[in-house]
Design a binder for this molecule. Structure first.
Ligand SMILES: CC(C)(COP(=O)(O)OP(=O)(O)OC[C@H]1O[C@@H](n2cnc3c(N)ncnc32)[C@H](O)[C@@H]1OP(=O)(O)O)[C@@H](O)C(=O)NCCC(=O)NCCS
Length: 334
């Protein structure tokens, strides 16, 4: 008999239960991608759960021998997207097709519904040249619609430094500035504005997401979170020299869970400054900085909407190759 138990990473008396909960996501990732998988670590999830800008509700499915066989969570953001619930869900590969996933999904959906949320979002992933069996077989069956298809691409490092330097060059109206493991105060105001725009400028498919409200304090808080998770972070911005304003940025994070893998985060060039190859220059400069400051990193991974043709073209130019896919599934309550 499998029971559902709410679990918190912040409750010391549930340490083992939480470890089992985290391990289910890792086991599920390994079954999809083998050694090439990546999953959140327990300490990273604890830092995120403690953040006051969200409520995180986790649940573990526990078998009669106390083994955790399934895990789910819903994140309710408190600062933006007040109608949305962001759901994660995995069942250990050896315990599938026994109704555990359906029970976990019903639990997180009910928590979200009680908290006044009416848009539920969940992701599925699959290897390149495979099919989205979990999305088509499970999410669709539970009333979810596929609303955005994302390509996962990987860049193998190191790259030739001189070739990267060539890609960094361009119009003298812009200067690139890089920062490692922190953000200069002088960037903060402009950087917050860029992040606000990033939340709706990147293609969103049919995802019903709203603009996020960013200020300097929130950017600083985000940096504090990244560092508290034990992550390294390399960021490059583009400054428009005539106005002195920041007009683009790109960021790579490296988790202590997977120290050889860089996660590409946001890349944005504001609309008014597109067409100057700034996306390519930013990413080339940031990649060079990752190679220089974090030489243990052997790959950077990125996720792009399949209709984000400009970003995909930049990535191909740098040498990224598509190796997996992700689909965002959404259910909107009537
Ligand atoms: C998707 C997942 C959570 C399903 O967990 P589960 O415990 O096997 O789900 P259930 O037993 O409740 O499945 C209910 C029904 O969904 C359908 N289903 C589930 N997995 C399926 C699959 N891989 N292919 C086709 N149909 C599937 C079936 O109709 C199943 O009923 P049946 O077994 O009587 O035929 C699990 O496979 C998993 O962890 N996948 C990887 C992580 C993931 O994709 N998470 C996001 C899910 S939206």
């Amino acid at each position: 008999m499998v029971s559902l138990l709410p679990v918190s990473g912040l409750d010391d008396s549930q340490r083992d239960l939480f470890a089992g909960y985290v391990e289910v996501y890792a086991a599920s990732g390994r079954s999809l991608f083998g050694d090439d998988h990546a999953a959140w670590g327990a300490d990273e999830l604890r830092v995120l759960e403690a953040k006051p800008d969200r409520r995180t509700l986790n649940v573990a499915a526990v078998g009669s021998d106390d083994t955790v066989v399934g895990a789910a969570s819903v994140v309710l953001r408190l600062r933006d997207n007040p109608r949305a619930g962001f759901i994660s869900l995995a069942v250990h590969p050896e315990h599938r097709r026994r109704g555990v996933g359906s029970r976990l999904l019903a639990w997180v959906e009910e928590q979200a519904r009680q908290a006044g949320r009416s848009i539920f979002i969940v992701e599925t992933e699959w290897r390149d040249r495979d099919t989205d069996s979990h999305g088509e077989g499970f999410a669709a069956r539970h009333g979810y619609q596929p609303v955005q298809h994302t390509l996962r691409s990987t860049l193998r490092l190191p790259l030739d430094r001189a070739a990267l330097a060539d890609l960094e060059r361009g119009s003298g109206h812009y200067a690139l500035e890089t920062s490692v493991d922190g953000i200069p105060d002088a960037w903060l105001e402009n950087r917050a504005e860029l992040q606000r725009r990033m939340s709706t400028d990147a293609p969103l498919g049919e995802l019903q997401l709203e603009e996020e409200d960013w200020d300097a304090e929130r950017v600083l808080d985000q940096y504090a979170t990244i560092l508290a998770m034990g992550r390294r972070v390399v960021e490059t911005v583009a400054r428009h020299l005539p106005s002195g304003r920041l007009v683009g940025y790109t960021q790579v994070q490296v988790s202590p869970e997977t120290p050889t893998l860089g996660y590409q985060q946001d890349t944005l060039v504001v609309k008014e400054h597109r067409g100057h190859a700034l996306g390519l220059r930013l990413k080339a400069a940031n990649t060079a900085a990752v190679i220089e400051h974090l030489p243990q990193v052997t790959a950077i991974r990125t996720w792009n909407a399949d209709d984000n043709t400009h970003m995909l073209a930049v990535n191909r130019r740098l040498g990224y190759e598509v190796d997996a896919h992700l689909c965002e599934w959404q259910k909107v309550l009537g």
